[in-house]
Write a protein that binds this ligand. Sequence first.
Ligand SMILES: [Zn+2]
Length: 350
Amino acid sequence: MKDRAKAIWRRNVKRWLIGAGLEASAVATSAGLAKDARGFGAIFTLHHVRPETQPIIGPNRHLEITPEFLDAAIVELKALGYEFIPLSDVPARLAAPSGTPFAAFTLDDGYRNNADHALPVFARHDVPFTVFVAQGLAEHTQPLWWEIMGRLLRQQREVSFDFGQGEEKLELKTTVQKLDTFFRFASYVWSGDERETVGTLCRLAERYGIDPLGMTRELVMGPEELRQFAAHPLVSLGAHTVTHRKLARLSADEAAGEMGRSAEWLGQLTGTRPTMIAYPYGSKEAVGPREFAAARDLGFAIGVTTQPGTLTKADLSRPTALPRISLNGYYQKRRYVSALASGIPFSLKR
Ligand SMILES: [Zn+2]
């Protein structure tokens, strides 16, 4: 219990620190001090883009922004002189920098709101973007455990679950209790075989009336929708594996199979084999040098993580290990966009 309280405290402090870093960077950016950390440009990561429908504080808050904030972010980057380029152009831009900073937009998981709410904003500003699609999610055979747990925690005031030491009653009356429980479920997912632990969480959700794959159908674009979506001139699709598990925890063969098969499937679906991949979760524990090399061997020209940073000349030699900056629900203020793009918050963190 004590350790858990500490973990929450650390998380909140970290979030606060990044926030404070953003405030400091916003000041530095407006004072014109940010040119160096900004590098050549930035790749932004988004997930859901949809109108505010849920309470501001939710366990998946970091995965969600509103169409209005996306619009404001683009306007802000334009005002700062950024040029919007497709992700596929990034290596060429790193090889021959133009002096103008670039921004490339990416969205992970293929949520239907990307077509309904993000595309109109991107189209209004003529901004190209890449959506990373996992085969199992698009075919609606794979559960989105974080969405399922988010819904369960929002709906219930108490649930019972066995984390391995007997059935526990988990109180969910306050936001802190809900967040705490969410992060316990998240560590449970990676405490064993991801497929099994996720299966156990799905059965828990079913006991409370939630249909796990029904949520995938509700939230993620299916194959036919993706084909139509990909036909839009501003849209590119990239691979995001088959089952959306942390690749670094799988065997080398399994990890490479996840990457290769998803590219093949997407190639058959759209007629173009993707040359870009986003590694699921994208953190240091989720992906490493083994996957970066495998991606290269499988013919991917670009691989993106979720490890934060702006792009520099050094990234030219590691195109399958590029950093991205998350545009997320915790920081939906226009001046934070320039601060994030400046790279300063990440240099402060290191
Ligand atoms: Zn993902």
